[in-house]
Design a protein around this ligand. Structure first.
Ligand SMILES: NC(=O)c1ccc[n+]([C@@H]2O[C@H](COP(=O)([O-])OP(=O)(O)OC[C@H]3O[C@@H](n4cnc5c(N)ncnc54)[C@H](OP(=O)(O)O)[C@@H]3O)[C@@H](O)[C@H]2O)c1
Length: 348
């Protein structure tokens, strides 16, 4: 039986429902959902590099990996903020666990990316976390890529291959987002102009979704190459969920006030948002490969996000820490992934 709501009442009822349900759900989540503890493992002797590790999800990922004994390098663009974060992280980790220090990296400048790779003597786990959203200033990167696409994707692809050329990297974690679902998914847009070739012309908003779909495709392509070569790093993409972090710092003034209220009620904390990254960084290879086989690509999210309505789950889904989910992939995604990665490889 359909319930008919008279039109003048629809909006007030929606507002009343939102104002009661959202805080109640938020309270329920806080009270009854257990905090997630990623797998305990011993990372002593391992070096982990976390890009954008000076704040937000990256900072919490750095702390989590150091707590498991790793030597963690926070790779970020501002030396003062980087050293300060490394000190704070080292204090949070305490003695007897791993160490945290800083290495310079500007993902928007490929010379800096190459210098960062050259400065590292060991990198067992690379977490490609640094990023900006489409509210950030739209200034193109040094090489002329749209800021979002250049920082979030191109800088990371170059870092991955520069490190792989020099060192033996065991695990690569690539930060994606639920937004990858809204990228163009046709092969022509993904691998042909203006996507990868018309530098600086990529639309800023579209750039975020496409940069995040590319992170999933890069994981697919890295795993395909490793399988073909009989060895190489194992890669996984992760969605940290909707997280109340500094990424929202460019939200316009008054809107930020309302947005922050919503974030406080429904978003995850950066420590919760770091769970999928830590999970993907530390899961045994066989378990990661099994998850990848089941879902077409290794992709972890903090909620079991269903395909039919991802956004409500993204903001309010029952937090599980890290579950293997199926990303939204283009048709013939393996061939598309190879083309997309090769197109950027050819340019840089
Ligand atoms: N928060 C969310 O709701 C959400 C949702 C889905 C996916 N993600 C993804 O999660 C990742 C981490 O985001 P977050 O929420 O933790 O954001 P955040 O708190 O703003 O942290 C982003 C980090 O990236 C760094 N970064 C930005 N531009 C850089 C550049 N050119 N070179 C080097 N580092 C740079 C930032 O450094 P500065 O401090 O110097 O700016 C910062 O350390 C991002 O890839 C984001 O797209 C976030």
């Amino acid at each position: 039986m359909a319930i008919h709501v008279p039109e003048p009442l629809a909006w007030p009822l929606a507002v009343i429902f939102g104002l009661t349900f959202v805080p109640l759900w938020s309270l329920f989540r806080r009270l009854f959902v257990a905090p997630y503890a990623p797998p305990i493992c011993d990372l002593r002797g391992k070096v982990c590099v976390v890009t954008g590790g000076n704040t937000g999800i990256g900072y919490e990922t750095a702390v989590g990996l150091a707590q498991r004994g790793a030597t963690v390098k926070i790779a970020c663009r501002d030396a003062t903020r980087g050293r300060d974060a490394a000190e704070r992280a080292a204090a949070a980790v305490g003695t007897g666990a791993g160490t945290v220090d800083f290495v310079a990296l500007d993902l928007g400048d490929l010379d800096s990316v190459r210098a960062c790779a050259a400065s590292l003597a060991q990198c067992d786990i690379l977490v490609c976390n640094g990023g900006i959203n489409s509210l950030a200033p739209a200034k193109p990167t040094k090489e002329g890529y749209s800021a979002v696409f250049g920082v979030n994707y191109v800088g990371h692809q170059v870092l991955v291959f520069e490190l792989q050329r020099r060192l033996t990297v065991g695990r690569i974690v690539l930060l994606s987002s639920v937004m990858h679902r809204w990228a163009a998914h046709d092969a022509a847009t993904l691998s042909d102009p203006p996507y990868n070739t018309a530098l600086g012309q990529l639309d800023h908003n579209r750039g975020y979704s496409e940069s995040k779909l590319n992170m999933v495709l890069l994981a697919v392509e890295l795993n395909r190459r490793a399988a073909a070569a009989g060895g190489g790093p194992v890669a996984a993409a992760v969605d940290p969920g909707a997280v109340r972090s500094d990424i929202w710092r460019h939200t316009p003034g008054l809107l930020m006030w309302a947005w922050d209220l919503l974030m406080r009620a429904t978003f995850l904390t950066p420590a919760q948002g770091a769970a999928p990254s830590i999970h993907a960084a530390t899961l045994p290879t066989a378990a990661l490969a099994a998850a990848a086989r089941a879902k077409h690509a290794p992709y972890f999210a903090p909620y079991p996000t269903p395909d039919f309505c991802p956004l409500p789950f993204e903001m309010m889904g029952p937090f599980c820490g890290a579950c293997a989910c199926a990303p939204r992939l283009p048709a013939e995604y393996e061939a598309v992934a190879a083309r997309v990665v090769a197109a950027v490889e050819k340019r840089v």
